[in-house]
Design a protein around this ligand. Structure first.
Ligand SMILES: [Fe+2]
Length: 247
């Protein structure tokens, strides 16, 4: 029998997820994501309003097809990531965190339970920057050069890295992320729940893959392992990883 979870059902679920974030509820290291001065102040009082902005995708929304569809990318970037950015701006407005970078906001809120909603939204805004930037059309496959040498030194072989990366992505129960991080100079694979990320743990994100269902359900339904395999085989931007490792 054909999977009864239709594309329409998935879209409804994605819409519900966005509304959940907008209500301030909870969900699920690298770019220097500085706050930018708005050039369109909305009032006299807002002349120097500083906001976090949603970066444009680094490629066309259909660039990752057939592996990740245009519809998934547009909803994910234009609805989900945008909601995290908007909520972050709403929460920092008029506070001492207004004007700070996303990384500074994440570090300032990570260990403060009273700022859990801000942490979740700021971290998710940041996590998705890594996610889009660490993919490209015709990417993936075994890396070469310094990246391969570092992976082999820290994991034993590329195959062991792949095995561990997929296992962590598969065993993240519920929403979250799987990361390749640099931790005190050594590559490690970690998994985090919901919005938690390497910035909060003093690590450098080398790769980050979103394993929230909104990232893959339209294209892979429940087959998270196929999504993770496709990321490694067809989508990883190893140039991004190389820059992250070099620092
Ligand atoms: Fe996401």
């Amino acid at each position: 029998m054909k999977d009864s979870y239709t594309k329409r059902d998935a879209l409804q679920a994605l819409g519900a997820g966005a509304a959940f974030v907008a209500a301030g509820s909870l969900f699920g290291t690298l770019p220097a994501f500085a706050a930018e001065k708005s050039t369109t102040p909305t009032s006299k009082e807002d002349k120097t309003m500083t906001t976090i902005t949603l970066p444009p995708l680094p490629y066309a929304s259909n660039a990752l097809e057939p592996h990740i569809g245009k519809q998934t990318v547009e909803i994910h970037h234009g609805k989900h990531q945008k909601a995290y950015v908007d909520k972050t701006n709403e929460l920092i407005k008029g506070t001492d965190l207004e004007g700070k970078s996303l990384e500074e906001i994440i570090k300032a809120s990570a260990k403060d339970s009273s700022k859990a909603v801000l942490f979740n939204n700021a971290a998710q805004a940041w996590n998705h920057i890594v996610y889009w930037d660490n993919m490209k059309a015709n990417g993936g496959g075994k890396p070469s050069g310094d990246v391969l040498a570092k992976i082999e030194a820290d994991f034993g072989s590329y195959d062991k890295f792949v095995e561990e990366f997929k296992a962590n992505g598969l065993t993240q129960f519920g929403s979250g992320w799987v990361w390749l991080v640099l931790d005190n100079g050594k590559l490690k694979i970690t998994k985090t729940a919901n919005a938690d990320n390497p910035v909060a743990h003093g690590q450098v994100a080398v790769l980050g893959v979103d394993v929230w269902e909104h990232a893959y359900y339209l294209d892979y339904q429940n087959r998270r392992v196929d999504y993770l395999s496709t990321f490694l085989d067809h989508l990883v931007n190893w140039d991004y990883a190389a820059k992250a490792i070099k620092g």
